[in-house]
Design a protein around this ligand. Structure first.
Ligand code: ATP
Length: 241
Protein backbone atom coordinates (compact mmCIF):
# COMPACT_ATOMS: atom_id res chain seq x y z
CA UNK A 1 0.00 0.00 0.00
CA UNK A 2 1.11 3.57 -0.62
CA UNK A 3 1.60 6.15 2.10
CA UNK A 4 -1.70 8.06 1.95
CA UNK A 5 -3.41 9.13 5.16
CA UNK A 6 -6.26 6.72 4.54
CA UNK A 7 -6.19 3.75 2.18
CA UNK A 8 -8.82 1.15 1.44
CA UNK A 9 -8.25 -1.81 -0.85
CA UNK A 10 -11.00 -4.13 -2.06
CA UNK A 11 -13.17 -2.96 0.82
CA UNK A 12 -16.40 -4.95 1.11
CA UNK A 13 -19.30 -4.11 3.45
CA UNK A 14 -22.59 -5.86 4.01
CA UNK A 15 -25.76 -5.43 6.02
CA UNK A 16 -26.66 -8.96 7.11
CA UNK A 17 -26.36 -11.09 4.01
CA UNK A 18 -26.68 -8.17 1.58
CA UNK A 19 -23.37 -6.91 0.20
CA UNK A 20 -23.52 -3.13 -0.31
CA UNK A 21 -19.89 -2.18 -1.09
CA UNK A 22 -18.27 -4.52 -3.57
CA UNK A 23 -14.54 -3.82 -3.31
CA UNK A 24 -13.71 -0.14 -2.90
CA UNK A 25 -10.21 1.23 -3.51
CA UNK A 26 -9.88 4.70 -2.03
CA UNK A 27 -6.90 6.80 -1.06
CA UNK A 28 -6.84 10.15 0.73
CA UNK A 29 -3.69 12.21 1.21
CA UNK A 30 -2.97 14.49 4.18
CA UNK A 31 -4.74 17.84 3.73
CA UNK A 32 -6.78 16.66 0.76
CA UNK A 33 -10.50 17.33 0.20
CA UNK A 34 -12.22 14.43 -1.56
CA UNK A 35 -15.90 14.36 -2.48
CA UNK A 36 -17.89 11.15 -2.84
CA UNK A 37 -20.64 11.62 -5.39
CA UNK A 38 -23.36 9.22 -6.43
CA UNK A 39 -27.11 8.65 -6.48
CA UNK A 40 -29.26 7.57 -3.53
CA UNK A 41 -28.33 4.10 -2.37
CA UNK A 42 -24.92 4.14 -4.09
CA UNK A 43 -23.17 3.33 -0.81
CA UNK A 44 -21.73 6.72 0.16
CA UNK A 45 -23.04 6.61 3.74
CA UNK A 46 -21.93 3.02 4.11
CA UNK A 47 -18.42 3.85 2.93
CA UNK A 48 -18.13 6.62 5.54
CA UNK A 49 -19.42 4.21 8.20
CA UNK A 50 -16.94 1.59 7.08
CA UNK A 51 -14.05 4.08 7.41
CA UNK A 52 -15.13 5.17 10.90
CA UNK A 53 -15.61 1.48 11.78
CA UNK A 54 -19.33 1.70 12.56
CA UNK A 55 -19.87 -0.95 9.90
CA UNK A 56 -17.70 -4.06 9.73
CA UNK A 57 -15.83 -4.76 6.50
CA UNK A 58 -13.60 -7.19 4.66
CA UNK A 59 -10.57 -6.01 2.74
CA UNK A 60 -7.77 -3.70 3.81
CA UNK A 61 -8.15 -0.35 5.51
CA UNK A 62 -5.25 1.66 6.91
CA UNK A 63 -4.82 5.01 8.64
CA UNK A 64 -1.31 6.44 8.25
CA UNK A 65 -0.11 2.95 7.32
CA UNK A 66 -1.68 1.23 10.36
CA UNK A 67 -4.38 -1.37 9.78
CA UNK A 68 -7.61 -0.29 11.49
CA UNK A 69 -9.86 -3.06 10.15
CA UNK A 70 -10.24 -4.67 13.58
CA UNK A 71 -10.75 -1.43 15.49
CA UNK A 72 -13.90 -0.20 17.24
CA UNK A 73 -15.53 3.09 16.29
CA UNK A 74 -14.35 4.65 19.57
CA UNK A 75 -10.73 3.69 18.98
CA UNK A 76 -10.89 4.98 15.42
CA UNK A 77 -12.25 8.31 16.67
CA UNK A 78 -9.41 8.64 19.19
CA UNK A 79 -6.93 7.84 16.42
CA UNK A 80 -8.10 10.86 14.46
CA UNK A 81 -11.07 9.97 12.27
CA UNK A 82 -14.02 12.32 12.93
CA UNK A 83 -17.47 11.50 11.57
CA UNK A 84 -20.38 13.91 11.12
CA UNK A 85 -23.29 11.61 10.29
CA UNK A 86 -26.25 12.43 8.10
CA UNK A 87 -28.84 14.02 10.37
CA UNK A 88 -25.99 15.55 12.43
CA UNK A 89 -26.54 13.73 15.73
CA UNK A 90 -26.21 16.67 18.09
CA UNK A 91 -27.98 16.59 21.48
CA UNK A 92 -30.96 18.98 21.23
CA UNK A 93 -31.41 19.52 24.98
CA UNK A 94 -27.76 20.37 25.64
CA UNK A 95 -26.38 23.83 24.90
CA UNK A 96 -24.13 24.54 21.95
CA UNK A 97 -21.09 24.65 24.20
CA UNK A 98 -22.00 21.45 26.03
CA UNK A 99 -22.28 19.70 22.67
CA UNK A 100 -18.87 21.01 21.65
CA UNK A 101 -17.29 19.92 24.93
CA UNK A 102 -18.59 16.39 24.36
CA UNK A 103 -16.76 16.35 21.04
CA UNK A 104 -13.54 17.16 22.88
CA UNK A 105 -13.80 13.92 24.85
CA UNK A 106 -12.68 11.97 21.77
CA UNK A 107 -9.42 13.88 21.53
CA UNK A 108 -6.30 11.78 21.33
CA UNK A 109 -4.07 11.49 24.38
CA UNK A 110 -1.04 13.75 24.25
CA UNK A 111 -2.94 16.56 22.52
CA UNK A 112 -1.22 19.90 22.60
CA UNK A 113 -4.17 22.29 22.76
CA UNK A 114 -6.53 22.81 25.69
CA UNK A 115 -10.32 22.51 25.53
CA UNK A 116 -10.54 26.27 25.93
CA UNK A 117 -8.25 26.80 22.92
CA UNK A 118 -10.18 24.30 20.84
CA UNK A 119 -13.48 25.97 21.74
CA UNK A 120 -12.04 29.34 20.76
CA UNK A 121 -10.91 27.91 17.43
CA UNK A 122 -14.37 26.41 16.73
CA UNK A 123 -15.92 29.79 17.51
CA UNK A 124 -13.45 31.46 15.15
CA UNK A 125 -14.40 29.00 12.40
CA UNK A 126 -18.14 29.36 13.10
CA UNK A 127 -18.71 32.77 14.77
CA UNK A 128 -22.48 32.22 14.90
CA UNK A 129 -21.91 29.36 17.37
CA UNK A 130 -20.15 31.75 19.75
CA UNK A 131 -23.22 33.98 19.77
CA UNK A 132 -25.37 30.96 20.59
CA UNK A 133 -23.06 29.13 22.97
CA UNK A 134 -25.66 29.02 25.81
CA UNK A 135 -28.63 28.19 23.59
CA UNK A 136 -30.07 24.66 23.43
CA UNK A 137 -28.86 22.97 20.24
CA UNK A 138 -32.43 22.01 19.36
CA UNK A 139 -33.29 25.69 18.92
CA UNK A 140 -30.68 26.27 16.20
CA UNK A 141 -31.54 26.50 12.50
CA UNK A 142 -30.63 23.59 10.23
CA UNK A 143 -27.50 25.35 8.99
CA UNK A 144 -26.39 26.22 12.52
CA UNK A 145 -26.94 22.61 13.63
CA UNK A 146 -24.77 21.40 10.78
CA UNK A 147 -22.06 23.85 11.87
CA UNK A 148 -22.41 22.59 15.43
CA UNK A 149 -22.06 18.98 14.33
CA UNK A 150 -18.92 19.83 12.35
CA UNK A 151 -17.56 21.96 15.20
CA UNK A 152 -18.14 19.11 17.62
CA UNK A 153 -16.17 16.74 15.40
CA UNK A 154 -13.36 19.31 15.07
CA UNK A 155 -13.05 19.45 18.88
CA UNK A 156 -11.43 16.01 18.64
CA UNK A 157 -8.78 17.47 16.28
CA UNK A 158 -9.26 14.85 13.58
CA UNK A 159 -6.69 14.06 10.91
CA UNK A 160 -9.55 13.03 8.65
CA UNK A 161 -13.08 14.41 8.89
CA UNK A 162 -15.92 12.46 7.26
CA UNK A 163 -19.04 14.55 6.60
CA UNK A 164 -22.22 12.92 5.33
CA UNK A 165 -24.48 15.10 3.14
CA UNK A 166 -23.68 18.45 4.77
CA UNK A 167 -26.13 20.23 2.43
CA UNK A 168 -29.10 18.02 3.33
CA UNK A 169 -32.19 20.12 4.04
CA UNK A 170 -30.32 23.45 3.83
CA UNK A 171 -31.32 26.43 1.69
CA UNK A 172 -28.94 27.03 -1.29
CA UNK A 173 -27.52 30.22 0.25
CA UNK A 174 -26.82 28.49 3.58
CA UNK A 175 -25.21 25.55 1.78
CA UNK A 176 -22.95 27.91 -0.13
CA UNK A 177 -21.80 29.65 3.06
CA UNK A 178 -21.18 26.30 4.73
CA UNK A 179 -19.07 25.06 1.82
CA UNK A 180 -16.97 28.21 1.92
CA UNK A 181 -16.17 27.44 5.55
CA UNK A 182 -15.45 23.79 4.72
CA UNK A 183 -12.93 24.88 2.10
CA UNK A 184 -11.00 26.74 4.82
CA UNK A 185 -11.13 24.01 7.45
CA UNK A 186 -8.28 21.89 6.09
CA UNK A 187 -5.82 24.76 6.49
CA UNK A 188 -7.12 26.07 9.80
CA UNK A 189 -7.43 22.62 11.37
CA UNK A 190 -4.79 20.63 9.45
CA UNK A 191 -7.26 17.98 8.46
CA UNK A 192 -8.31 16.06 5.37
CA UNK A 193 -11.98 16.00 4.41
CA UNK A 194 -14.07 13.28 2.85
CA UNK A 195 -17.55 14.58 1.96
CA UNK A 196 -20.47 12.45 0.79
CA UNK A 197 -22.61 14.84 -1.15
CA UNK A 198 -25.40 14.94 -3.70
CA UNK A 199 -24.71 18.59 -4.53
CA UNK A 200 -22.05 17.91 -7.14
CA UNK A 201 -21.71 21.48 -8.37
CA UNK A 202 -20.72 23.04 -5.03
CA UNK A 203 -18.66 20.16 -3.73
CA UNK A 204 -16.61 19.96 -6.95
CA UNK A 205 -15.74 23.59 -6.42
CA UNK A 206 -14.03 22.99 -3.07
CA UNK A 207 -12.70 19.44 -3.50
CA UNK A 208 -9.36 18.37 -4.98
CA UNK A 209 -10.61 15.00 -6.16
CA UNK A 210 -13.95 13.33 -6.78
CA UNK A 211 -14.88 9.68 -6.44
CA UNK A 212 -18.19 8.58 -7.94
CA UNK A 213 -19.97 5.57 -6.47
CA UNK A 214 -22.82 3.73 -8.13
CA UNK A 215 -24.22 0.42 -6.98
CA UNK A 216 -21.48 0.00 -4.36
CA UNK A 217 -18.63 0.36 -6.87
CA UNK A 218 -16.34 3.22 -7.87
CA UNK A 219 -17.45 4.18 -11.37
CA UNK A 220 -15.17 7.19 -11.81
CA UNK A 221 -12.42 8.95 -9.88
CA UNK A 222 -9.99 11.75 -10.56
CA UNK A 223 -9.15 15.43 -10.07
CA UNK A 224 -12.26 17.61 -9.82
CA UNK A 225 -11.27 19.44 -13.03
CA UNK A 226 -12.10 16.21 -14.89
CA UNK A 227 -15.68 16.36 -13.58
CA UNK A 228 -16.65 19.91 -14.41
CA UNK A 229 -18.35 18.65 -17.57
CA UNK A 230 -21.80 17.61 -16.30
CA UNK A 231 -21.85 14.77 -18.81
CA UNK A 232 -19.04 12.94 -17.04
CA UNK A 233 -20.98 12.98 -13.80
CA UNK A 234 -24.19 11.89 -15.48
CA UNK A 235 -22.48 8.91 -17.09
CA UNK A 236 -20.72 8.02 -13.84
CA UNK A 237 -24.02 8.17 -11.94
CA UNK A 238 -25.53 5.82 -14.45
CA UNK A 239 -22.57 3.48 -14.14
CA UNK A 240 -21.52 4.00 -17.76
CA UNK A 241 -18.22 5.81 -17.15
P1 ATP B 1 -28.26 8.03 0.42
O1 ATP B 1 -27.83 9.27 -0.25
O2 ATP B 1 -29.66 7.64 0.10
O3 ATP B 1 -27.96 7.97 1.88
P2 ATP B 1 -25.96 6.38 -0.04
O4 ATP B 1 -25.19 6.48 -1.30
O5 ATP B 1 -25.42 7.03 1.17
O6 ATP B 1 -27.43 6.87 -0.31
P3 ATP B 1 -26.16 4.03 1.57
O7 ATP B 1 -27.04 4.71 2.58
O8 ATP B 1 -24.78 3.69 1.92
O9 ATP B 1 -26.16 4.83 0.21
O10 ATP B 1 -26.93 2.70 1.14
C1 ATP B 1 -26.35 1.71 0.26
C2 ATP B 1 -27.29 0.51 0.19
O11 ATP B 1 -27.34 -0.13 1.46
C3 ATP B 1 -28.73 0.85 -0.19
O12 ATP B 1 -29.21 -0.15 -1.05
C4 ATP B 1 -29.45 0.81 1.14
O13 ATP B 1 -30.80 0.42 0.95
C5 ATP B 1 -28.68 -0.25 1.92
N1 ATP B 1 -28.67 -0.01 3.36
C6 ATP B 1 -28.28 1.14 3.98
N2 ATP B 1 -28.35 1.02 5.32
C7 ATP B 1 -28.82 -0.23 5.57
C8 ATP B 1 -29.14 -0.96 6.76
N3 ATP B 1 -28.94 -0.43 7.97
N4 ATP B 1 -29.61 -2.21 6.61
C9 ATP B 1 -29.77 -2.77 5.39
N5 ATP B 1 -29.49 -2.14 4.23
C10 ATP B 1 -29.04 -0.88 4.30
Amino acid sequence: MSTGLLETRRLVARYGSVEVLHGIDLSISPGEIVVLLGPNGAGKTTLLRAISRVVATRGAITLAGVSIGGWSGARTARAGIGHVPEGRGTFPDLTVEENLRLGGLARPKGRRSTTREDLAQVYATFPVLADMRRRAAGLLSGGQQQMLAIGRALMARPQLLLIDEPSLGLAPMVTQQLFEVLAGIRGEWSTSLLLAEQNARLSLRIADRAVVLAGGRVTAAGPTADFRDGDVIRRAYLGEA
